[in-house]
Design a protein around this ligand. Structure first.
Ligand code: GLN
Length: 381
């Protein structure tokens, strides 16, 4: 063997394939990894097919095909009031995770500090570290996982290069409020701090609440890169398509690296999504569909001994299991997968220090019959 100096010596396997693997092994219902088990639109599938048959099977431009960037610009303008230039301010990426990677790769250098809020989606910290950055986590606590902005202020120094935002938040399902936005505006005013805002669940916000995209606030938009994902919006997580929005001078840096990393993303699917997005209902109706699923799952869960936390968005429901067990959340999640046949995600894995609040995450992006079968098992716990 030739010696390799690992860039991520302490990284194990991400919790998502771990729990999915366990679910498959034990024939459990997989409410762990976040992916829909219902089909995407047949119209979208036909469009992909059509574009493949038409021969749209060669390289797209690095930024993505223009019609798709135009549809994204129209959608973003209608939802946020900000017009991003398809030419210079929108880039198609190979999914949300690759968008996050690309933004960090382009903008974080050795010794740069990046403030993240934990529990944090599991790619944030490794992506920062692999580029020489230093993650500075701030722990959020259930039940509301509210950000204490005084703690953020204390952590900011001349080394702070970036603050990572995630709203709606994975794994907790919480959303930022207008007060949070005001705090973020104040804290970053007159600084060189960039914001990387993961908004992949932008269309999944409940109970008439508002999604506070960075794009809505000029003071924030000017320093923000916003990440979104077609996988989340069109139930196609395996297609690996997402995008970045941001000011041209930042986007230019990202595109420079992107051309040497992935060069470009899958062509026919970009054309298909561009056509599909011409009808805004195709993304606007996602909110109501998930609102119903959230309500359905939450009402069924009342028959169990889990205590549900309040979620504002995303397709995740968090729950305390303190009435059931004192076990650590990882052990608990593994045990109920094996013994009761329902896989979930323990939230302690999203804290650098492994903080265990005894909270697990359920994904309810599932057919009603899947949720029904899961509840039949969960009420036995
Ligand atoms: N975003 C999905 C989740 O939170 C999983 C994605 C992945 O498996 N990397 O469950």
């Amino acid at each position: 063997m030739i010696a390799v100096n690992s860039k991520l010596p302490n990284a194990g396997t991400s919790i998502f394939p771990v729990m999915t693997g366990l679910a498959n092994e034990y024939n459990a219902i997989n409410l762990a990894q976040g992916f829909p088990d219902f089909p995407t639109s047949p119209q979208l599938i036909s469009l992909v097919n059509e574009y493949m048959k038409k021969g749209m099977n060669q390289y797209a431009p690095t930024a993505g095909i223009l019609p798709l960037r135009e549809r994204i610009a129209e959608m973003t303008a209608s939802l946020t009031g900000r017009t991003y230039s398809p030419d210079t301010e929108i880039t198609i990426t190979a999914g949300g995770t690759q968008a996050i990677y690309a933004a960090i790769e382009a903008l974080i250098r050795d010794g740069d500090e990046v403030i993240i809020f934990e529990p944090a989606y599991d790619c944030y910290s490794p992506n920062i570290r692999v580029h020489g950055g230093i993650p500075r986590p701030i722990e959020l606590t259930p039940p509301d996982y509210k950000i204490n902005w005084d703690n953020v202020k204390k952590l900011i120094s001349h080394k702070t290069r970036m603050i990572m935002i995630n709203t709606p938040h994975n794994p907790t399902g919480t959303i930022l409020s207008k007060d949070d936005i005001d705090e973020l505006i104040n804290i970053t005013k007159d600084t060189d701090i960039l914001i990387l805002s993961d908004e992949v669940y932008e269309h999944i916000v409940f109970d008439g609440k508002e999604h506070h995209s960075m794009a809505k606030y000029p003071e924030l938009a000017e320093r923000s890169l916003i990440v979104s994902s077609f996988g989340k919006t069109f139930h196609t997580t395996g297609w690996r398509l997402g995008y970045l929005l941001g000011p041209a001078y930042l986007m230019a840096e990202i595109r420079k690296l992107q051309q040497f990393a992935i060069y470009t993303c899958i062509t026919p699917i970009q054309y298909a999504i561009a056509d599909f997005m011409a009808n805004p209902n195709n993304y606007l109706e996602v909110k109501e569909m998930y609102q119903q699923k959230r309500n359905y799952f939450a009402s069924l869960m009342k028959a169990t001994r889990f205590n549900l936390l309040t979620v504002g968005g995303s397709y995740f429901q968090t729950a305390h299991y303190n009435k059931i067990s004192n076990e650590g959340d990882y052990d608990f999640a593994v045990r109920i997968t094996k013994e009761f046949g329902v896989a979930t995600i323990p939230t302690s894995v999203f804290y650098t220090s492994g903080t265990d609040n005894k909270v697990i995450r359920f994904c309810f992006a599932k057919k009603e019959e899947t949720l029904d079968r899961a509840i039949e098992r969960l009420i036995k716990i």
